[in-house]
Design a binder for this molecule. Structure first.
Ligand code: 5RP
Length: 263
């Protein structure tokens, strides 16, 4: 792997642990002002010290994150569909590598929609993105999106999606945790990080999800709603960080969450 790619990846994945805690705040690109992300700057700012990288669009980066900050960014470069439109899968590429370089990003990311009518388009866009990423030394993160069909999140489907993303050259892949998750990891030759999905019933469930994913080979998380929709987002992120970066057990991380929530 070329130096620039490696260098950027090492800003996202802590070289000491090989893991990452990415904070996903890109939801507005198809959901608009999502609950508790209505004012992105207010949501994001207190969380910055505890995230290894931020995943977001250029609009939120430019307007809601100070350029003086040192946080590595993963720029979402796909979009073009909305939650009320005909198909969430109808995404195209929304910006260029010139823009990614201007914004000094550490990686770019886009969603692929395997098994949908837009499969071909999104997979070919991923290949084009990887070609350019290799040219400029910018890693590409593929997101195995499921749109509104959350029930699609099983090991067979996610293994197919992750493997295709890796075959097309993605440098790492974001997917969902599922039963038999180790099979998804084993059949994907590049690192996998997991999304959190919609807010779970309890925060302990979030910690369990992160713990199970890491113990079955995930190299980190790229979580959004289960962090910033929490009543205690900073405590939530610090506890997830404890699991991912400090090998905390679920109960230990939950105790940390509770003590920070009271503080
Ligand atoms: C949407 C995304 C989101 O960033 C992703 O789903 C992570 O956030 P959450 O943990 O809220 O699911 O990539 O396609």
């Amino acid at each position: 792997m070329q130096w620039g790619l490696k260098n950027r990846l090492s800003r996202i994945f802590n070289p000491e642990t090989g893991r990452t805690v990415m904070l996903a705040v890109d939801h507005g690109y198809f959901l608009g002002p999502t609950r508790k992300l209505e004012d992105p700057r207010a949501t994001i700012t207190p969380l910055l010290p505890y995230a290894d990288a931020l995943m977001l669009t250029r609009g939120i980066l430019r307007n809601c994150v100070d350029p003086e900050g040192a946080i590595p960014t993963v720029l979402r470069v796909s979009g073009g569909a909305s939650i009320i439109g005909p198909s969430l899968a109808a995404e195209g590429l929304t910006t260029s590598f010139e823009e990614a370089i201007r914004l000094n990003v550490s990686a770019v990311t886009m969603s692929i929609f395997v098994g949908t009518e837009h499969e071909r388009e999104t997979l070919l866009n991923l290949s084009k993105l990887v070609d350019k990423g290799e040219k400029y030394g910018i890693p590409v993160l593929a997101v195995t999106a499921v749109g509104k069909e959350l029930e699609k999140r099983d090991a067979r489907f996610l293994s197919l999606c992750c493997r295709i993303a890796a075959e097309l050259g993605s440098h790492y892949v974001k997917t969902y945790y599922c039963d038999d998750f180790e099979k998804v990891v084993e059949s994907c030759p590049v690192p996998i990080v997991i999304a959190g999905g919609p807010q779970l019933d309890t925060f302990k469930d979030t910690l369990q999800l992160a713990h199970d994913a890491i113990s079955k080979g995930a190299r980190g998380v790229d979580m959004g709603r289960n962090i910033w929709q929490s009543d205690h987002p900073v405590a939530a992120l610090r506890a997830v960080r404890g699991v991912v970066q400090e090998n905390m057990k679920v109960n230990e991380a939950f105790e940390l969450f509770e003590s920070l929530s009271k503080g």
